[in-house]
Design a protein around this ligand. Structure first.
Ligand SMILES: Nc1ncnc2c1ncn2[C@@H]1O[C@H](COP(=O)(O)OP(=O)(O)OP(=O)(O)O)[C@@H](O)[C@H]1O
Ligand SMILES: [Mg+2]
Length: 420
């Protein structure tokens, strides 16, 4: 059966809640104060970003202090009438069985302006007269809707727990799940979630469930996915920009360098500028951008950078005049980059062989690799003795010979060279 790890490993007691030690202590003391007399502020208002343990803290607190927790969500108290129904519960400090009561109104931002039909106001009234502690939770306590309500509350801010604490928690979960996890992998997950503990646990479950080991390699590809998502957003901003400014802003958002961004735009323009005239205009802009790039390279004058960037972003954006949005067309990884990296080793070797040939033939290394090398290949495949002679004459090394012919032939040629 599938159980979310956020539930399975949810802290039952305050000891297991990470971070926000000071805030939690303040909350405990305030709840305990009720044993003597109702404090001046009869509600505590916890606020902070999602997934950091606000709800779980109140639940664990009720557990630790052995209190009865009455938990309500926004959907329960949108209207004035709905809230008034809780007035009865709030009028007694203890239950029939002597347990003390704690009332929680969670996810207060769930009552949005239009949906709030007197809910917040009625809640304020209850707080004024309540005989048991009331806790409120929202992401943003400073929403104008809560201005009046806030006056009756003790505000307690919850912050994102530090990464090191999140790592420790993930470690504990791995231990319980029988997963040997590399520290670097857990650190990566924790950092990526940006302090949101819930999403860190969810990521961990998605990546590690059913495994006995979790390595850095298992998780690091997520960064690639993030970057990929980023470039898609950037390309969308450029191809579908409404103004030059927004197209140009995309550059600052891109996590790739300008050369790479150029390749992405060049590769994807035909799919997204479907009208031939638009595409022609975009290609014109790209070619001008490329001219400026050439000047930067040649002269080292970085002032041209502005033009390079503007033509490839705003220039391409403004090319769109007749193309309709192409529905959902996925962006493609630039082929030129793929090709270049795939053939990098090959090109390096061909050029190195070309350089050897150049010395004897007095031609450029590039031409040598294109025009002479193919013939050398034929000789090497057919005549071991001649091949050995040529290899010696050109001063080719083992790696080069193995590049020109199959391993078996290369072995024969190398052996023959020994005898020369
Ligand atoms: N500080 C924490 N310590 C331990 N576990 C945590 C912590 N924060 C979150 N979690 C885990 O994430 C889950 C969600 O936490 P919780 O519901 O308390 O978040 P929240 O702050 O109330 O978020 P939201 O604002 O979205 O309601 C918990 O069930 C728990 O598994
Ligand atoms: Mg919550």
């Amino acid at each position: 059966m599938y159980t979310a790890w956020t539930l399975k490993h949810k802290p039952r007691t305050l000891k297991d809640v990470i971070g926000n030690k000071q805030a939690i202590q303040t909350l405990i003391e305030w709840v305990k104060a009720w044993n003597k007399a109702a404090p001046k502020k009869k509600a505590a208002f916890l606020y902070g970003p999602p997934g950091i343990g606000k709800t779980v803290t109140v639940e664990a607190l009720a557990h630790d202090l052995d209190m009865e927790l009455v938990e309500k969500n926004a959907s329960d108290y949108r209207t004035e009438d709905a809230v008034k129904r809780f007035a009865g519960i709030a009028s007694q400090y203890a239950t029939l069985f002597g347990k003390k009561r704690l009332i929680l109104f969670d996810e207060l931002d769930g009552i949005t302006g239009t949906q709030d039909r007197g809910g917040v106001k009625a809640l304020t009234e209850i707080i004024k007269t309540t005989r048991c502690p009331i806790v409120l939770i929202a992401n943003n306590a400073y929403d104008p809707r809560f201005t009046n309500l806030r006056r009756y509350c003790m505000l307690i801010q919850f912050k994102k727990p530090p990464v090191s604490e999140v790592v420790k928690l993930l470690k504990k979960i791995c231990l319980r799940e029988g997963i040997a996890a590399e520290e670097a992998a857990l650190r990566f997950i924790a950092q990526r979630s940006g302090g949101d503990v819930r999403s860190a646990i969810n990521d961990l479950q998605a990546l590690a469930q059913g495994k006995t080991r979790l390595t850095y390699d298992d998780v690091s590809w997520l960064a690639y996915r993030d970057r990929q998502e980023n470039i898609f957003t950037v390309l969308k901003m450029i191809f579908y920009a409404r103004s030059c400014t927004s197209a140009k802003q995309a550059v600052d958002m891109a996590e790739v360098d300008p050369d790479m961004l150029f390749e992405w735009i060049y590769e994807n323009a035909p799919q997204h500028l479907t009208h031939p005239q638009d595409l022609a205009r975009a290609m014109d802009a790209l070619s001008i951008a490329d001219v400026y790039r050439g000047r930067i390279r040649k002269t080292g004058n970085w002032k041209f950078m502005r033009y390079f960037l503007d033509f490839m972003t705003a220039g391409v954006a403004m090319a769109r005049q007749k193309s309709r949005p192409s529905g959902w067309t996925p962006f493609r990884f630039p082929k030129r980059i793929q090709e270049l990296s795939r053939t990098k080793g090959k090109r390096r070797l061909e050029l190195a062989i070309g350089t050897k040939i150049k010395r004897r033939f007095h031609m450029s290394a590039y031409r040598a690799s294109k025009e002479v090398l193919p013939y050398i290949k034929i000789i090497f495949e057919n005549n071991v003795e001649m091949a050995a002679g040529i290899a010696r004459w050109l001063d080719l090394d083992k790696e080069m010979i193995e590049y020109i012919v199959s391993d078996e032939k290369a072995k024969a040629i190398l052996e023959h060279m020994e005898t020369l």
